[in-house]
Design a protein around this ligand. Structure first.
Ligand SMILES: Nc1ncnc2c1ncn2[C@@H]1O[C@H](COP(=O)(O)OP(=O)(O)O)[C@@H](O)[C@H]1O
Ligand SMILES: [Mg+2]
Length: 689
């Protein structure tokens, strides 16, 4: 923590004051009454809430003014805050805290501000800030030594409080009251436990009673259920009887309808079957006939074919050329004979003309008679040959005509055969087509028959259903008579009446149950409370035992802690004292917090108590203790010394200055106030008021 700035308006001797401070030693000097102590008081009042009680209300306000303000700006861990008190006459002056931007923090009252500062400066939350300032950090001017002049008991009181060791004592003093409280609490708990014990002792009996009643209620409930079921069954039976007459009629009508429908369906089925059967038979008959026809057509076809083959064969067999050929040969022979005859005639004619046939010379010996006879014979033979040739030609022509006629007749016969063949083939094709159609038709009928036969089991099934319906009907007719009806009504009434009686019993059992359950809950709650109380009582008794032990421990603890502090602080104070005085004296801090200085004087050991020291020696011894205390108790690194040099001789003043310089390592900021100039040279900054 570092004090950055103090601003005052209308505070004690200041109408207006504003000063900045730095780290290290800040020396404030000035004549008496210049306001030096006022600055120390300002730090205490503003930062630590010291002297903020009512009696200080108008202490700081400058005479003749009604309003003043004290502002202290400090920095810590890189943040800076300003704490302000605005004072008005006869009015409390609450503190307000602002951050570096001038924004006010939401803090209300002295305690809130103190808590904020303690938390910010990481101080023990139990620290009493006004006391820390008044007794440790900023000891009032002139009171540095005064505590050591007090009686031993007062010193003890003051330092025990300062070191916090009287807390143990206070706690030990409170122990008897605690024990008494614990005893009273134990007795009260015991009474409460007894009361509950008396109420819960019959808990098990009540539980057993509840179990009985529950069992009974369960039985009754079961009986009610049975009766309700019987009643419901009777209701249902009655309704069934009422319904069955209508159902019977309905069923009968349905049966008739179904019977008629089945008969019609059967008839239609038979007809369909017969129709298909006869269709099939007709188709088969026609089929047989058709097959015959096809057979005969086939035969006809074969006959026509044979005829045609026969005609062709006849034609082939008849060879006209064989017969014509001899005739033609004979004609050729006739013509050849006639050519020979013609030659002979020529020779005869020449001979007749007087030419020797052999010598080709005229001849006189020619016998014309013989010649004439020869010529006549020749002419006759030639005529006979010509006639024969003519006859043969006629014969050949006749034969050729006969052949042509035969061929024509055969061609005609062939054509006729072919036409017959075509006709028969066409007819056969038609017959085949018809045969196919008929086969299809026969198969179709076959399928129809198969389908109709397949329907038969369905019809049989329906017939079976009808028989079943008839049986049901017969059964229904035996049920639901008048007698049954009255029996059912009687059973219903009986069940109803008994259910009423049992229901009343059940209600009563249930009410008993409820009452017992409530009682058990109440008793269980009491039992739980009792267990809790017993547990608490055990705890209280344990605390009682512990408090006895603690009491014994606490009674001695304060003194033991104080002894540790005194020893530790005494050692540190001795170090500081030696540094300050430069003397080889031994400083010890006694059990009664008196300071004892042991040195060698005139060759002999000298032991002096505080009262036996000179004023200057007292001041340096007290300061050594104060500095040791300050280091131990404050973590703020801030120290304020108001006129520490009073009563110190020049050497001690110098020693103090030296020592302060050497302890600045332990403190980040030290304020030293003095009306003389002892500290001028060694200070980091000097403020002259
Ligand atoms: N309420 C006040 N109004 C005006 N002046 C005051 C008031 N109270 C004290 N003073 C004066 O303020 C001065 C304060 O002295 P102080 O701070 O103790 O000075 P220093 O410590 O420097 O000797 C004194 O001269 C005193 O008379
Ligand atoms: Mg002063």
């Amino acid at each position: 923590m570092k004090i950055e700035r103090i601003e005052l308006k209308n505070i004690k001797c200041f109408d207006s004051f504003d000063a900045h401070f730095g780290a290290g030693i800040n020396f404030i000097s000035g004549r008496n009454g210049a306001g030096k102590t006022t600055l120390v008081e300002t730090l205490g009042h503003v930062l630590f809430g010291a002297d903020a009680q009512g009696r200080f209300l108008d202490y700081f306000l400058r005479h003749g003014t009604d309003k003043g303000e004290m502002r202290v700006t400090f920095s810590h861990a890189g943040e800076s805050y300003t704490v302000s008190r605005i004072l008005r006459r006869n009015a409390a002056a609450p503190r307000r805290v602002f951050d570096a931007n001038g924004d006010e923090l939401s803090l209300h009252g002295e305690r809130d501000v103190n808590d904020f500062l303690k938390q910010l400066l990481r101080m023990d939350p139990r620290t009493n800030l006004p006391r820390l300032f008044n007794e440790v950090i900023g000891v009032r001017q002139g009171t540095l030594t005064s505590v050591f002049h007090e009686a031993a008991s007062e010193r003890k009181r003051i330092f025990n409080a300062m070191l916090g060791v009287d807390r143990y004592k206070q706690a030990a003093m409170r122990m008897p009251a605690l024990s008494q409280y614990i005893r009273a609490r134990d007795a009260a708990l015991n009474t409460d436990i007894q009361v509950r014990a008396s109420h819960t002792q019959d808990l098990e009996e009540v539980r057993a009673a509840l179990k009985d009643v529950r069992g009974r209620a369960e039985q009754l409930g079961g009986r009610v259920e049975q009766l309700q079921k019987a009643s419901a069954e009777a209701d249902a039976a009655l309704e069934r009887v009422a319904r069955s007459a209508a159902a019977r009629e309905e069923l009968r009508a349905k049966l008739f309808k179904e019977q008629a429908s089945l008969a019609a369906d059967r008839k239609a089925h038979e007809q369909r079957l017969q129709l298909a059967q006869s269709g099939k038979e007709a188709a088969l008959a026609e089929l047989a006939q058709l097959e015959n026809e096809i057979d005969s057509a086939q035969k006809e076809l074969e006959a026509a074919h044979a005829r045609m083959q026969q005609a062709a064969q006849a034609l082939a067999d008849f060879s006209v050329n064989e017969r014509i050929e001899p005739c033609k040969k004979e004609i050729t022979a006739c013509e050849a004979r006639r050519a020979v005859l013609a030659q002979r005639r020529e020779q005869l004619d020449k001979t007749a003309a007087g030419i020797c046939p052999l010598l080709e010379t005229p001849c006189e010996k020619i016998d014309f008679g013989i010649l004439k006879a020869q010529t006549d014979d020749l002419a006759r033979e030639d005529a006979a040959q010509e006639a024969r040739a003519e006859e043969l030609r006629q014969k050949v022509q006749a034969m050729q005509r006969e052949d042509a006629a035969r061929r024509d007749a055969l061609a005609a016969s062939e054509r006729e055969c072919a036409a017959t063949l075509d006709r028969i083939k066409t007819r056969k094709m038609k017959l085949d087509a018809r045969l196919h159609t008929l086969k299809e038709a026969a198969m179709e009928k076959e399928r129809t028959i198969a389908a109709a036969q397949a329907e038969r089991p369905i019809l049989d099934e329906r017939a079976e259903q009808i028989r079943e319906t008839e049986r049901q009907l017969a059964l229904m007719e035996t049920d639901g008579g008048e007698e049954t009806l009255s029996n059912l009504r009687a059973a219903q009434l009986k069940a109803h009446e008994e259910a009423g009686v049992v229901q009343v019993q059940l209600e009563s059992a249930r009410m008993d149950c409820e009452r017992l359950e409530k009682e058990i809950v109440r008793k269980e709650t009491l039992a739980e409370e009792m267990a809790r109380l017993e547990e608490e009582r055990t705890g209280v008794q344990r605390v009682g035992t512990m408090s006895e032990t603690f009491g014994a421990m606490l009674r001695g603890a304060g003194e033991r802690v104080a002894a540790v502090y005194r020893e530790k602080l005494g050692r540190e104070a001795n170090r500081i004292h030696r540094a300050m005085t430069g003397e080889n004296a031994q400083l010890t801090w006694q059990e009664d917090y008196d300071i004892v200085l042991t040195d060698v004087f005139l060759g002999r050991e000298r032991v002096r108590t505080f009262r036996q020291l000179s004023g200057g020696e007292q001041m340096s011894a007290a300061l050594a203790i104060r500095l040791a205390l300050l280091k131990e108790l404050s973590t703020l690194g801030l120290a304020v010394f108001d006129e520490p040099t009073a009563n110190l001789d020049a050497q001690r003043r110098e020693g103090l200055a030296q020592m302060l310089r050497s302890v600045t390592g332990d403190f980040s900021q030290v304020f030293v106030i003095s009306h003389d100039d002892t500290f001028d040279a060694m200070s980091d900054s000097v403020l002259e008021l």
